[in-house]
Design a protein around this ligand. Sequence first.
Ligand code: 5GP
Ligand code: ZN
Length: 117
Amino acid sequence: MAAEPQDDCLFCRIVAGKIPATLVRETDTTLAFRDINPQAPTHVLVIPKAHHRDAAALATADPALTADVLRETQAVATAEGLDSYRVVFNTGAGAGQTVFHAHAHVLGGRGLQWPPG
Ligand code: 5GP
Ligand code: ZN
């Protein structure tokens, strides 16, 4: 159930190798790379290679791929030596989503406040 790559999508362009990124992990279906504007000592984005506009659309269209992304957040946390961390899916502009290709933020390496802003 792969969605077509979008030429105007930043993360599709990273998947295609047209824009460089600092890769942390790659699987057949996912990519993990460092956020360009890190909000914590570890700030890694985990994305499905297939284009889905947000986590809700991804979960509806492809539950197995959603599970791949979530499994990779744990793999990134382990690789980064984090025993506590936060996984965030900003969904919709009002929640701070700026790139409309589904992605999980993996944040850790410092204390994290709750509730978030
Ligand atoms: P959102 O705000 O949509 O939840 O998250 C998008 C994230 O992508 C932001 O944290 C932003 O810093 C990051 N970002 C934007 N452009 C680039 C880029 O060209 N490369 C990388 N690695 N991260 C980016
Ligand atoms: Zn995309």
